[in-house]
Design a binder for this molecule. Sequence first.
Ligand SMILES: [Zn+2]
Ligand SMILES: [Zn+2]
Length: 255
Amino acid sequence: MVIYGDYHTHTIYSSGKHNKKHATGTILENAMYAKQKGLNEVAITEHGFSHKLYGLQRKNLAKMREEIEEAKRKTGINILLGIEANIISSEGDVDLTEEDIKQLDLIIVGFHSFARAKSIKEFFKFFLPNLLGLKRKKDYERNTLALLKAMDKYPIDIISHPGINMPMYFDKVALHAKKTNTMLELNGKRIAYKPKDIEVIKEICPKLIISSDAHSAKRVGDIKKPINFAIKYSVSNEQIANMGKKIYFKNYKQN
Ligand SMILES: [Zn+2]
Ligand SMILES: [Zn+2]
């Protein structure tokens, strides 16, 4: 089984001040490995701007676009500029402006404990319970609603590692993902779905996407974990959006 493209990879642009090795590849290196692994496309999706440790700096977006054009010429494969934005409030706010969105080819949104909350109030309401790993009914409800609202407010293509550090009701998320044409990720490193969750997700049938979440160039296209997961739980190839097929992202105009 071969994926058409790996749409969730990081480069040195999201290596933080505190840990320069958080991600180690350059854009060109990620593209070279993608090509070597037989992929047709790769997306560069750095951590969103409000990530306290590894967030991309806004001023680098234009520079990244230039590097992408150069790497496309050198490797001959298609490279997209995306982002792995952060959900920053229980109201579904994400750390992207309209101006940012115009500059991006695809948008991934995920929950990251080390993102800056939209406000102090939201830190206590939304971040702290998740940081503490609380799994009360109200935590599931609040998180689920936050994600549903985010899908309504923004042209989100992919929800990254659903359920990691953010417990949620997968049935409600899957229904809304299907309705809003948002893909749920089978992440190359972390998958939170329990057997009963994946059965529900298969039945509701939103699109899924397999990606590496590579933080080094050599891990680009490394999808052993999600492939094994898909095989183990008999997820059909048709449900996986990038299984041998090109994806048309909401914001991508250059197809
Ligand atoms: Zn992530
Ligand atoms: Zn990531």
